[in-house]
Design a protein. Sequence first.
Length: 353
Amino acid sequence: MNIKITKAETLKAKPADEENLGFGKYYTDHMFMMDWSVDEGWHNAQIIPYGPIPMDPASMVLHYAQETFEGLKAYRNGDDILIFRPEMNALRMQKSNERLCMAEVPEEIFVEAVEELVRYEKDWIPTSEGTSLYIRPFCFATEAAVGVHPATSYKFMVILSPVGQYYPEGVNPVKIFVEDEYVRAVVGGTGFAKCGGNYAASIIGQVKAQDAGYTQVLWLDGVHRKYVEEVGTMNVMFVVDGEILTPPLEGSVLPGITRDSCIRILRDWGYTVKETHIDINDLMEWTKTGKLQEAFGTGTAAVISPIGELNYKGNEQIINNFKTGPITHKLYETLTGIQWGNLEDPYGWVRKI
Ligand SMILES: *Cc1c(COP(=O)(O)O)cnc(C)c1O
């Protein structure tokens, strides 16, 4: 791919304090942008100064939400820049775009765009423990039309943000509110696609949970309103009697790359991992009796996030004395160790760029 580069005239000052990067507060000097049209396919690949983009008010994304995105991270270890399983993000974006009838971004274009931009902005990759460069590829409909149909033009973009811990709590247990009024997704809908529309529908649950003093929301399935699906914007796993249970990928759950990586590592460690429906009533009962030993969310942003408390219909249950359990802790150390290049990577997941 031939990428035209326009360098920013002035470069921004990099955040001096890596301890307080937050998540998504800062953006780097440049961004990647590429266009798709029916006639030309993907063309016009550019790295340009980060900034606003002109858009027609009738751009279809603003009306019918044809938008998909991805999230992955780059790490710096000495002179090495590392990224984690980018081809998985590329494939997932293809599935998301297919579901939303959007032009698909070929894997080579996706990975090259990410790698070229990260390389170009490598001085922005923070190095303190727990920090990384968050990579946000996204795709959206630009055709100016208010009739409903698959758009005939799209943009694919990548922006970068140096980030710290996702939760100010760090790798400490969080309190979770089980949502029984709103649902995030249903089978047959777009739950498996990483698209902005899913988030628009779920923010209300997050607000409700936070207003009640909880960090995140645990979603139940939209039909029976009793099977656990996801926790906030993460997949979820439970250690029950020494086995690991996680909801299956049947269309309403997002196929997380962290989820996939955890399942692989846990099975290599000899654990039984069951992808199975988990009834919230059983879960609350197991929490009371201690059969539920650990619970945690998995996702690129927070990597592994232990769950210390569940509130379902006013019934509050503490998990593992509100402490990070041993499996949760070991998974976090192992996965971040591999991602950072500090531990051997037996899976070939880490790509040096
Ligand atoms: C992105 C995302 C996840 C986690 O996926 P990873 O690939 O592990 O980052 C889980 N649930 C939802 C709803 C997501 O959008």
